[in-house]
Design a protein around this ligand. Structure first.
Ligand SMILES: Nc1ncnc2c1ncn2[C@@H]1O[C@H](COP(=O)(O)OP(=O)(O)OP(=O)(O)O)[C@@H](O)[C@H]1O
Ligand SMILES: [Mg+2]
Length: 429
């Protein structure tokens, strides 16, 4: 028997101890990657395993844990009690501003995800990919080739300008650049275009588009930026306001100095793109930071409660791409999902579940949900009845190519207090 790593519970067939430590299991080549997902009904105790095996116990081995907390409990995110117990601050995001912000164009996220001196071959999403994904979701259609080119150019112009001025580039700057390159000059240029005249050199030089698009098409580029520019404005005035459109707040940087980082997203509305964009931006930001520090191979865990928000739409595709780099980044992502039927067949969230190296399969009360789980993980059909009859704290631990283990999750007294989410229903504190 192997004994390294962290304990999670007991094997209900024979009472042997069950280890659940992706980094250690990877080192022993039991699994090929380090991502974990928990799937099960509401209240089936998914969060409880994330908070213990994915967080509290990981601190013993000096790992850093970053939790994206979605569910409200007692007026704040459900991980608040753990942050308090560990004496670390919670970083709270609020729709419309007044909370923390994480700049979608934070300089820590490079334009294309590459970093000089970073981990060779490990390239997470960069600003460009992230912004194009956000725009695609917001515009509800793929961007045309000219629109993508206009966004790319505006982004690099804004980045260069901010770097020269020693400031952080912001989304609103990109919108401004797309809609009115150099204030006043684009209007002047449009007059020339309307009159069918060539633009004089003085106007061209200021617009900056000529060297990129060439003389033949540069004047048209003023039109290509309109739809994406307006979409960005709509986002920064609406769903993303105060969340990813401001310089990254000092409290976000400061939070990373602690072993546990608590991003409290529980005040964000579930409707609209806010939550999804914050999660994907934060995940990309984290991946870029890890990719940039090749020398410091600290093992990191990112917990995404409600993995659904991470795995939807075009931002979901970005998130999935980042998750595939887990081994190179030393980043293990733990996410929780309810039912497979909540996710479209070709959705990134299904792919996230399917590509996880460890799946913790909790109770599925409905037969068809349980059947789908069995199909996804190639379990014998009769396993369905096991899934429908699991009690709280029990799950099937699935790892690719191994027989699943029927596990009773075991918590210490302190952990039981920290993971109790029934106190609102029970009226206890
Ligand atoms: N190992 C365990 N043994 C017994 N009860 C447990 C165990 N783990 C958790 N519970 C209890 O089950 C309840 C629900 O747990 P938890 O909040 O983790 O569920 P969940 O699956 O995350 O729910 P949701 O889908 O609503 O997020 C908690 O109050 C907790 O105390
Ligand atoms: Mg939960």
């Amino acid at each position: 028997m192997q004994h390294g790593g962290l304990l999670a519970g007991r094997n209900l067939m024979g009472q042997a101890a069950v280890r659940l430590d992706p980094f250690e299991l990877y080192r022993e080549r039991v699994i090929d990657g380090v991502n974990v997902c928990a799937i099960g009904d509401i209240g089936s105790s998914k969060s409880s395993i994330l908070k213990t095996s994915g967080l509290y116990r990981q601190l013993i081995l000096n790992r850093q844990i970053v939790a994206f907390d979605k569910k409200r409990q007692g007026g704040r995110g459900e991980y608040g009690v753990i942050a308090d117990e560990l004496g670390v601050p919670s970083v709270t995001f609020r729709a419309g501003g007044g909370g923390a912000s994480l700049n979608l164009l934070d300089p820590a996220i490079s334009t294309d995800g590459r970093h000089t001196g970073g981990v060779p071959g490990v390239v997470p999403a960069g600003q460009e990919l992230l912004l194009l994904a956000v725009l695609r979701d917001a515009m509800e259609r793929p961007l045309s080739q000219p629109e993508k080119a206009a966004v790319r150019l505006a982004l690099s112009t804004v980045n260069a300008r901010a770097a020269a001025a020693g400031t952080e580039p912001l989304l609103v700057d990109v919108a401004g650049q797309l809609l009115d390159g150099v204030s006043g000059k684009s209007e002047q240029a449009l007059d020339y275009v309307r009159r069918g005249e060539d633009l004089p050199e003085s106007v061209r030089a200021d617009l900056g588009d000529f060297t990129y698009f060439g003389k033949r098409w540069a004047h048209r580029s003023l039109e290509w930026g309109v739809a994406p520019g307006l979409a960005i404005l709509e986002l920064v005035d609406g769903a993303l306001r105060g969340l990813v459109d401001q310089p990254t707040s000092p409290e976000v940087h400061e939070a990373l100095n602690h072993p546990f980082v608590h991003f409290d997203l529980s005040a964000l509305p579930e409707q609209g793109p806010g939550l999804r964009v914050v999660m994907t931006t934060a995940q990309t930001w984290l991946a870029n930071r890890l990719a940039a520090r090749a020398a410091d191979r600290k093992q990191t865990i990112a917990i995404f409660e409600e993995g659904w928000f991470l795995g939807e739409g075009s931002t979901g595709v970005v998130a999935r791409g980042n998750m595939k780099l887990s081994r190179g980044l030393g980043l293990s992502t733990w996410s929780a999902f309810h039912h497979l039927s909540d996710h479209a067949r070709d959705s990134p969230s299904r792919a996230l579940m399917q590509e996880s190296d460890i799946a913790l399969l909790y109770r599925q009360g409905r037969d068809d949900d349980a059947r789908e789980v069995c199909q996804m993980y190639h379990l014998p059909p009769e396993t369905k009845d096991v899934l429908t009859q699991l009690h709280r704290g029990q799950c099937l631990v699935w790892m690719k190519g191994r027989d699943p283990i029927l596990m009773q999750h075991v918590r210490s007294r302190i952990e039981a207090d920290l993971t109790n989410t029934d106190n609102v229903l029970e009226g206890t504190t």
